[in-house]
Design a protein around this ligand. Sequence first.
Ligand SMILES: C[S@@+](CC[C@H](N)C(=O)[O-])C[C@H]1O[C@@H](n2cnc3c(N)ncnc32)[C@H](O)[C@@H]1O
Length: 343
Amino acid sequence: MVLLHDLSQLPPADAGALHELAQSVETFQLLASSLQLGLFDALETPKNAEELADELGLNSVITRKCCDALTGSGFLLRKDGSYALSDLSKTFLLKTSPYYQGDLIGLLKKTRIERWGRISDALKSGPVGLERNFESVFDERFIRAMAQGAMRGGLQKTIEILGGHREFMNARRLLDLGGGHALYSIAFAQLNPSLDVRLLDLPPVVENVARRNISAYRADRVTAVPGDFTQDDLGEGYDVVFASDVLYRPRESLGPVLGRIHSSLKDNGLFISKHWHIDDPVKDITAVYFDLMFSITDGAERIYSTEAFSKILESHGFSIEEVHDFNHRFHPSRMIIARKVKP
Ligand SMILES: C[S@@+](CC[C@H](N)C(=O)[O-])C[C@H]1O[C@@H](n2cnc3c(N)ncnc32)[C@H](O)[C@@H]1O
């Protein structure tokens, strides 16, 4: 059907947002490929496109065009025919930077293909299933990506909140459940000089990532223990159990883990939960997308509102003492500090 319309009339809304959105997909592809090919590390010393292409074994014409696109997008600076890194790239895209984000960007790209690429199928026929099981998601690259995500602000905010918490600062024994890369454990031991930290995570994560970081930081009060928190012994008598981004589980499997956390704490001990929750779809838009991403592949409930999660905690013998809102665009976390109240 042809709609007859006054062709001189501009649209009543600006198409710029749609254009920028589409272009950001291309920018993301370019960024992910440039990282994968080592382009940013190679530009730590400025060079022209031919020198860069030569060093990395790339096509020089396309390399120049990519460098121009990266310049236009704020990742590179161009001066006298040479390309150099912008501050943004020096901070986040150089492997030697403590804030390097390369594995996280790689993970986002993979998620786009594996999960977001199937959203139409899921919409039409329900969750499509994931080819790998939930546990095999946690490979070395994923854990490094989690460490890089934490370094964007979530870790620092956690330290800020807990540094002002008297009981945390007086604690002697802490369990970091699903502590992965160990950066939270290491930072806790740095924050509280009397604290012994035990990190529990799956065996490959402990061997390949946690122990390496612990020894690199010479964190001798942090011990990484391999195990599965759904079945292995968690230990007991902890002053604090901390869990960050590990309890995105359906209620039926969340309950037993909370029961195990409860038993591992000493009487009146603290459970500190740091997770994304959805309380407001606008404010928590990052968590809304995270929740949608899960539902493309599996139908289980994994992300809760702060209130629903708090009620689950209460029904497992905890009382809620404090809720901290990270109030951050891409860390829609709430930290819930709960106390063990029942035997
Ligand atoms: C999303 S990562 C979070 C890592 C870290 N706590 C953080 O906040 O950055 C989830 C972690 O939980 C661990 N994990 C998942 N299921 C587990 C299980 N059954 N037993 C032990 N660790 C588990 C994963 O290996 C991974 O390190």
